[in-house]
Design a protein. Structure first.
Length: 357
């Protein structure tokens, strides 16, 4: 590109930047107008509306930016505009640098007031008490299965599922120094250790594997202990100034983790939703089949079923179901009515927009 062509392109970019800034400012002003209308209802953040907008952005993106990049840009614009109306207070399983932290940022954007909590129980507690409006917690991993503690807390909690986030999870071996020979132990969350077991056995045989509260906590520990490596994310390496000794050490390259957004309210239909349900069967032959038959007969897609002990009676279980559709959809509502009648216990955890991917 010749100098005059480069200068012309830069001038056009400058003019477009000014136009983009002016239009974003107009959007922010409209957001403030809608805030006044929302004050009577008390709910500023609307997951269904946000999901509809972001789906439309993804579906109509003309390129050349990838869909995910365009969605990310608009997520941040929406997050900043919402902060003008009412900053959204969000708790997540910390500390900073966890995958849950990344999930919270992806879902709510950088302008939300995102606060780490020490454990999943504490995330539930601060949302139940109103200190935070929403929480973000891990619920399952494609390699290592469900996060049992999250499912168990839903049994007694009044909170609803308000959304979901899915992240591709890549683990890295982090340490303060670059010499692997000096390492005596590896620390990580138990699920991360399980997801990297084959690599650890092959590459670091004989090292002690220590469970920690989170991968980020392990990275924070490794930052002050030169004999310790941590399994954690690239964000944790940056957060705690650690070297990446090995990249992508997860045994399954398609490793993904799903997170749930929890809050106090049911959500309106967005047009592409899931519904999560807790249910237990009566103690009789064919009881589980009886629970699932209404879903099958209605043609409803069940995307997940997991069992957990009730902790009340030995060998009795409660099932966590995810189904496609919103509880207000007529066919879903009818199937849930039949499910409620057949179950010993049934609790609808919420209907919410499907993850954008």
């Amino acid at each position: 590109m010749k100098n005059h062509e480069l200068e012309s392109a830069r001038q056009q970019i400058d003019a477009l930047d000014a136009e983009i800034m002016e239009r974003i400012s107009r959007r922010a002003a409209l957001a403030l107008e809608t805030a006044r209308a929302k004050e009577a209802g008390g709910a500023f953040y609307d997951p269904a509306r946000e999901a509809q907008v972001l789906r439309r952005i993804r579906e109509t993106n003309p390129g050349p930016l990838p869909d995910n990049s365009m969605v990310h840009l608009f997520r941040e614009i929406m997050s900043a505009c919402l902060a003008l109306e009412h900053p959204t207070r969000v708790a997540y399983l910390g500390p900073e640098g966890t995958f849950t932290h990344q999930a919270a940022l992806r879902h709510f954007g950088q302008s939300a007031e995102i606060t780490p909590r020490d454990n999943i129980t504490e995330v539930f507690r601060v949302v139940e008490s109103g200190q935070s409006e929403y929480g973000v917690v891990p619920v399952e991993n494609s390699t290592d299965g469900v996060v049992a503690h999250t499912l168990d807390l839903f049994v007694e909690s009044p909170l609803k599922v308000s959304g979901e986030v899915e992240l591709a999870v890549h683990h890295h071996l982090l340490a303060r120094d670059e010499d692997r020979a000096a390492l005596q132990q590896v620390r990580a969350h138990p699920q991360a250790l399980a997801q990297c077991r084959q690599w650890l056995d092959r590459e670091l045989p004989g090292l002690d594997c220590i469970s920690d509260a989170s991968n980020a906590a392990a990275a924070r520990y490794a930052a002050t202990h030169p004999d310790t490596a941590a399994i954690a994310s690239r964000a944790a390496a940056e957060q705690y100034n650690l070297n990446i000794l090995a990249q992508d050490i997860e045994d399954n390259p398609n490793n993904r983790t799903r997170f749930l957004v929890i809050g106090p309210h049911d959500q309106a239909p967005s047009g592409e939703d899931k519904t999560s349900v807790l249910v237990s069967a009566r103690n009789q032959p064919g009881a589980l089949l009886g629970l699932l038959r209404p879903l099958a007969e209605a043609g409803i897609d069940m995307t997940r079923i997991e069992s957990r002990p009730t902790h009340l009676v030995n060998w009795e279980y409660i099932f966590f179901l995810d189904i496609r559709g919103h509880q207000k959809d007529p066919e879903v509502a009818q199937a849930l009515e039949h499910l409620l009648a057949a179950a010993a216990f049934c609790k609808i955890l919420g209907s919410y927009p499907c993850a954008l991917g």
